[in-house]
Design a protein. Structure first.
Lengths: 291, 293
């Protein structure tokens, strides 16, 4: 295409598409804003009620906004211990998952073997296993093995459920690290695992962060698994302890429930923003091949 | 020499062992145990808890004769079709499509709102949805403001409430999938069609949708699986009630096993769900394999 042709093409484009685009823009904006409003509405209640000492299920601006509800839930039993348990569960699960996934992904990514494809496809199948469906048998298994109400066992189970997806993600991130960088380390006499630690992992830091946070967010929000497997209140995470705001006789502390929900949700919202921002920078890797 | 080489090759697979052990013990074993227990009268407490007896196909024949199970299968299908295949999938596609035309600031703002409902802990989302649909909740407030009569949604129309809530909760996933897919559609093609005078819907049906069909298939599969497993949302909003009017299969399995203590029957329902999940899983793997070819 000559320059003139290109210019002509750009001109016709300008003539035809631009006004069409502009006229299509306003209705699209309006429709999107309407949809967005529908999505925000159920969340508004949480924010308003958390600031309202006389909150009910209605969404209304609090007569006088106060932080009383937040102060009320800020006790060790109501907030600190449950959040600490959530942190232990999520941090433990994400750590176990990440270590196991990195170890598993390395041979899958670097060495050809007859075992690779069937293994990868069966764990892909594993990602499709409905976890809620296996909770009844898992409960039975935990009773038989006397693992009920054990934090470490719950962490291992949560890690197992997160592993199929984590191995796939980690392997994809690892595939993006060029083998040529490692070969230099092998020539220098480094073993496979040393090369993994010193060459590959530092280069896929960002990917590792994404996998860790992905598993962390998932576990932090998980209700059903700790609800079934952890019994004593001192071990229950925030997702389960939230029921303490439902009184014995149906009296619900709406304001405190909302304040607790807000405090419990903020960490994952922050982590999500971190990942969503960071994933734009994963092209940094390709720079390592130059020079 | 050959033997040594194969030993070395097998040693290379050693790092996979921790993952394999974890998944065998905590995923494969429960699945197998579920199939086994579904042929027994295992119970949560009492004599049958210690020494469950083999009862053959009793639990499965009970599934067919018990009115609750077929009703629950129908409710699960309604839930999946209405909230995943129609709700999340179509709404996600619509939002992603609108985003290609709308101003960037509007797209970012609305995208954040949609994603927020998805990133929130599931129990918080469930409470927010419960408050929204409850008798003196926000929805009835809005309807009242518009001069319309509200309803006690959670009791009168529990399925409508949980379907809408699950659509609200999960649409972000489909939106993200379709945003990525639409971003890959070459602009030239749809603009060429525009020049040829194709109307908006013609471009969508004949050009855009065929180009992103593999994303559509993948997305349909994944949202179906996720929705099939939804428990918390329904359990918090309606607890499967009133009188089983919103009891999907996961809720039914939970009730039978933990509320009524019948582990054998509960695992039979769980086994049906697991098989459903595996069927979808195998279909999904086939789809991806076909894609690579």
């Amino acid at each position: 295409m000559t320059t003139a042709e290109r210019a002509a093409r750009r001109a016709t484009h300008g003539g035809v598409t631009s006004p069409a685009r502009r006229s299509a823009r306003a209705p699209a904006d309006a429709a999107l804003l309407l949809i967005g409003a529908c999505f925000v509405l159920p969340l508004l209640w949480l924010v308003f009620a958390s600031l309202d000492t006389k909150a009910g299920y209605q969404t209304q601006l609090p007569a006088s906004a106060s932080l009383t509800n937040f102060a009320a839930v800020l006790t060790p039993e109501l907030l600190i211990i449950p959040l600490w348990n959530s942190l232990l569960l999520s941090g433990g699960t994400a750590t176990v998952t990440l270590v196991a996934a990195v170890l598993a992904a390395y041979p899958l990514s670097r060495f050809q073997s007859r075992f690779n494809r069937p293994f990868l496809y069966s764990i892909l199948c594993g990602t499709c296993l409905p976890v809620t469906a296996i909770m009844v048998p898992v409960y039975g298994l935990f009773v038989q093995l006397r693992l009920l109400d054990s934090m470490p066992a719950t962490v291992l189970f949560l890690a197992a459920t997160a592993l199929p997806m984590a191995i796939w993600m980690t392997k994809n991130f690892m595939d993006a690290v060029p083998v040529s960088l490692e070969e230099a380390a092998w020539v220098d006499g480094a073993s496979g695992l040393t090369a993994l630690r010193t060459v590959v992992l530092p280069l896929m830091r960002q990917g590792l962060g994404v996998v860790f946070i992905f598993v962390f967010i998932q576990t932090w929000g998980n209700f059903f698994v700790p609800f079934v497997l952890l019994l004593s209140p001192s071990k229950q995470p925030a997702s389960v302890s939230i029921f303490s705001f439902f009184g014995q006789h149906g009296a619900i502390a709406y304001g405190q429930l909302a304040a607790f929900s807000v405090l419990y949700s903020v960490p994952v919202l922050v982590l999500y923003v971190l990942v969503a921002r960071g994933s734009a920078g994963s092209f940094a890797l390709s720079g390592a091949m130059k020079g | 020499m050959v033997a040594r080489k194969s030993v070395r090759q097998q040693l290379r697979l050693l790092p996979v062992v921790p993952s394999v052990l974890l998944m065998l013990l905590f995923l494969a074993a429960p699945v197998l145990w579920s199939f086994h227990a579904s042929f027994t009268n295992a119970a949560l407490t009492g004599r049958n808890a210690r020494n469950p007896a083999w009862t053959g196909l009793d639990n499965y024949s009970r599934l067919l004769s018990d009115a609750a199970f077929p009703a629950s299968v129908v409710l699960t299908m309604v839930f999946v079709v209405a909230s995943a295949i129609v709700g999340q999938n179509l709404l996600g596609l619509l939002i992603a499509g609108l985003m290609t035309r709308a101003r960037k600031s509007v797209s970012t703002l609305v995208g954040t709102a949609v994603v927020a409902a998805w990133v929130l802990p599931e129990i918080v989302a469930a409470f927010a949805a419960y408050a929204y649909f409850s008798n003196d909740g926000t929805l009835n407030q809005l309807l009242g403001g518009a001069g319309l009569a509200g309803a006690d949604w959670l009791y009168a129309f529990p399925m409508v409430a949980v379907v809408l809530a699950n659509t609200w909760r999960g649409t972000a996933f489909s939106m993200l999938v379709y945003r990525a897919a639409l971003a890959d559609v070459p602009r030239d093609i749809s603009e060429a069609a525009l020049m040829d005078g194709a109307a908006g819907w013609q471009r969508l049906v004949f050009i855009t949708l065929p180009l992103i069909r593999s994303s559509i298939a993948t997305n349909l599969m994944l949202v179906t699986l996720q929705t099939l497993a939804v428990f918390t949302l329904i359990w918090v909003m309606t607890a499967g009630g009133p009188s089983n009017a919103s009891t999907t299969l996961p809720v039914l399995a939970y009730q039978e096993a933990f509320k009524f203590g019948d582990i054998g029957y509960g695992t039979a329902i769980a086994s049906v769900l697991i098989v459903l999940g595996l069927v979808f899983g195998i279909a999904y793997v086939r789809l991806l394999k076909g894609d690579r070819r």
